[in-house]
Every structure is written in structure tokens, then in C-alpha cells.
Design a protein around this ligand. Structure first.
Ligand code: ADP
Length: 163
């Protein structure tokens, strides 16, 4: 049976940390569904459609990667998709507490739900979308933290000259 995992997140925007998890996830799973969470409580920098375009641009054409979005509970989306395996990245101890709660809550809601964690690569542990957004908003240089197409879009939007 071909294995598929859902890699859910805000991806606002996609970072090199996310891309690394996607590439490493593809070593383990046959297919990945990168699922953009549409959470109206978070004020996003990029719309879901923009985020989808940025992920598509960074991943490139790959029949093993699907990019989708979902509203509401992840377990409901997983149930709808018939894929109960979730891929998440872990950066630091600070991620652990939240991810542990989330994984257990999701399994409470959907008993055969399974979360697979990948530790971040050492080059990526300090990269978060939050920090990228903050640095970008103040005109800082986020090259090296995000894929080239995301960098180009941030530079265009925040009027930063590319080197
Ligand atoms: P969320 O808002 O759901 O946490 P994010 O887009 O911030 O969404 O992150 C999606 C997933 O990617 C999470 O599992 C997060 O821990 C993981 N992730 C984010 N940045 C990195 C990174 N630099 N290295 C490894 N995993 C990461």
C-alpha cells in the first residue's frame, strides 16, 4: 500500500525549515499532502492562495506532493482525505509541549490518528515563519531563511532590494 502523510501548517510563509521537512518526509512517505491551515484567528501575511503559490513554486512540479488547504479541525480534514498519518516538524523543546498536546488531542478526536515527528535539521532550528514575518516587516534580510521564490516575493512586497 502506498503511504501518504498530511503535512499541515500555516506556512505563512514557507521557510527552508518547512522545505527540509517536506524533502525528508518524501524519503519516508510515497506521497505528501502539504495542507495549508486556513485559520481566521491568525492574521496571515499571505492569503491561502498566495501561500499555495509560494509552496508550489518552491517544491516545483512533483507528482508525489499535493498542495491543499483546509478549514476547521485537522482530524476532520484527515478523515475526509482518508489519511490518518500526520507529519510535523520539531525544532526545540518549546515546540514539544504544544505538539505533544496537539497530537494527543487529535488522537482523542480520531483514535487511529498518528503523528510522525521529524527533528529539524541543525541549519533550520532557529527558523520560524513568525520570525521571518517579523524580520521582513522591519525590512531585515531573510535570504537564506526562505526559498528563493519566497524571498523574491517578500523583497517585492517589502521593497527590499535584492543583492
Ligand atoms: P503551525 O502554525 O501549524 O505551527 P507552521 O507553518 O508554523 O504551522 O509549521 C508547520 C510545521 O512545520 C510544524 O510542525 C512546525 O513545527 C514545523 N516547522 C516549522 N519550522 C520548522 C523548522 N525550521 N524546522 C523543522 N520544522 C519546522
Amino acid at each position: 500500500m502506498a503511504s501518504t502523510a498530511i503535512y499541515p501548517g500555516s506556512f505563512d510563509p514557507l521557510t527552508n525549515g518547512h522545505l527540509s521537512i517536506i524533502n525528508r518526509g518524501l524519503v519516508i512517505f510515497d506521497r505528501l499532502v502539504v495542507a495549508i491551515a486556513n485559520n481566521p484567528n491568525k492574521k496571515p501575511l499571505f492569503t491561502v492562495e498566495e501561500r499555495r503559490g509560494l509552496i508550489q513554486g518552491a517544491v516545483g512540479p512533483n507528482p508525489r506532493v499535493e498542495i491543499d488547504s483546509f478549514d476547521g479541525l485537522l482530524v476532520d480534514y484527515a478523515r475526509k482525505r482518508g489519511t490518518h498519518t500526520i507529519l510535523r516538524g520539531l525544532r526545540a523543546v518549546s515546540d514539544f509541549e504544544y505538539e505533544f498536546q496537539l497530537a494527543n488531542m487529535n488522537r482523542h478526536l480520531l483514535p487511529d490518528f498518528e503523528t510522525v515527528f521529524m527533528m529539524t535539521g541543525e541549519d533550520y532550528f532557529y527558523i520560524s515563519s513568525n520570525l521571518v514575518r517579523e524580520v521582513a516587516l522591519f525590512g531585515g534580510d531573510v535570504s537564506g531563511l526562505v526559498p528563493a521564490n519566497v524571498y523574491a516575493e517578500i523583497s517585492r512586497r517589502f521593497q527590499r532590494k535584492q543583492p
